[in-house]
Design a binder for this molecule. Structure first.
Ligand code: PLP
Length: 398
């Protein structure tokens, strides 16, 4: 092979302020440079146990079946659905954004008769419509809800929806991909049956692991399945036999390095404190929103249900969303995300997640946006958005 065929790749240190992955702390990157041990090495079993223990704390659960799946968040979505559902079951999925649409796609692929409960993008799930759907579909096996809709910036309060689904005998599957680590997620107190997340957002690790937690009601349903789970890789019982400390039966080769990373990012969360971490995300998001408002920019989300880790802002009339985003990346080294689905080419999604949720990052992205928008002909008072964010931080105890 020609020696100069490939140069060594040196990734730039971007400021990742999009929808994930978020910027990863050097401590986590350092953990990933540890030598790889075998997936059946007793030393690695200890790492696995520590990860599970910390995940239980983050999910606020005593569920034994709490562990990371070897995949990104989508694999956790598939794990949840493919284990709980059998062909011909009924599932109701609340769709208030792109990831609700994906969840419904997955339940359909599992062969479930899927009932959609739609609400407008930017709003939480519609509980009246959910109740109508539950009444109209007795015997519904599963209700799927996205806690934090990353495509629209909306948080769906869960407790009433969970209680309602249980009154009708359905299991509740909650997507906490973007909320875990930035909003309260209480699996046991709220009685969530299946909850899943992903490593690369507010947990602060790179993409590649997806924590799940299954409660007893869900495990009983899985135990009583009439048909085998239609996936080998995501078959919960197989995966759990490897994570269970009394079994440790090989299922697939564990991503060792990613597990080191997750352990370190969870250790950092424990050191900070889970509540303190949520408060940091809230404080940083409030400053970002104050700055965007001072720039006269509009958000897409109902303000009552605004997420901490991601803010969706409309590109102003006449400003090319993609070109502005490219300038942020190329000239300021800042990544923000564009819109998904019906918000494509219309919005910027600014994420303040995990290590990225810092006051200094808000000031950087606001000042860069002011310059880019001014160049694009949008009227900007330089410094106004930064000052508004600073005032918000000062008032909120930063
Ligand atoms: C709410 C939500 N669910 C699921 C996913 C899918 O996760 P992944 O892209 O890690 O597969 C995402 C990713 O952004 C998400 O935001």
């Amino acid at each position: 092979m020609n020696e100069s065929y490939f140069d060594e790749f040196e990734a730039p240190s971007r400021l990742l302020l999009g929808a994930g992955p978020c910027t990863v702390h050097p401590r986590v990157l350092r953990a990933m440079t540890q030598p790889v041990v075998g997936h059946l090495d007793p030393l690695f079993f200890q790492i696995m146990d520590e990860v599970c223990e910390m995940l239980r704390q983050v999910f606020h659960t005593e569920n034994y079946v709490t562990m990371p799946i070897s995949s990104t968040g989508t694999g956790a979505m598939e794990t949840a659905c493919v284990n709980v559902l059998e062909r011909g079951d009924t599932a109701i999925v609340c769709r208030n954004g792109y990831f609700g649409v994906r969840l419904a796609d997955i339940t359909q692929r599992c062969g479930a008769n899927t009932i959609m409960v739609d609400s407008p993008w930017g709003e939480p799930a519609d509980l009246n419509a959910l109740e109508d759907a539950l009444k109209a579909n007795p015997g519904t096996k599963m209700v799927g809800l996205v806690h934090a809709e990353t495509s629209t910036g909306a948080l769906t309060p869960l407790q009433d929806a969970i209680d309602m689904a249980h009154r009708y005998g359905a299991l509740v599957v909650v997507d906490a991909v973007t909320s875990l680590g930035s909003h309260e997620v209480r699996v046991d107190d709220w009685d969530i049956d299946v909850c899943y997340s992903a490593s690369q957002k507010c947990l602060g690790a790179p993409p590649g692991l997806a924590p799940v937690s299954f409660g007893q009601r869900a495990m009983d349903v899985i135990d009583k399945r009439a048909t085998p789970v239609e996936s080998f890789y995501f078959n919960l019982q197989g995966v759990a036999e490897y994570w269970n400390e009394t079994q440790r039966v090989y299922h697939h080769t564990s991503p060792i390095t990613m597990t080191y990373a997750m352990r370190e990012s969870l250790r950092m969360m424990m050191e900070e404190g889970i509540e303190e971490r949520h408060a940091r995300h809230a404080r940083v998001a409030a400053g970002l929103r104050a700055g965007l408002a001072a720039m006269g920019l509009e958000l897409t989300t109902n303000p009552e249900y605004q997420l901490n880790p991601i803010t969706i802002v409309k590109a102003p009339e006449g400003v090319d969303e993609g070109a502005a985003r490219a300038r942020l990346l190329n000239e300021f080294n800042i990544e923000v995300s564009g819109g998904l689905g019906e918000f494509r080419n219309k919005v910027w999604r600014i994420g303040m997640m995990g290590e990225g949720a810092r006051e200094s990052n808000v000031l950087s992205v606001l000042s860069a946006l002011e310059m880019i928008l001014a160049d694009a002909g949008y009227e900007v008072a330089f410094g106004a958005s930064v000052a508004a964010a600073q005032r918000s931080f000062a008032n909120n105890g930063s």
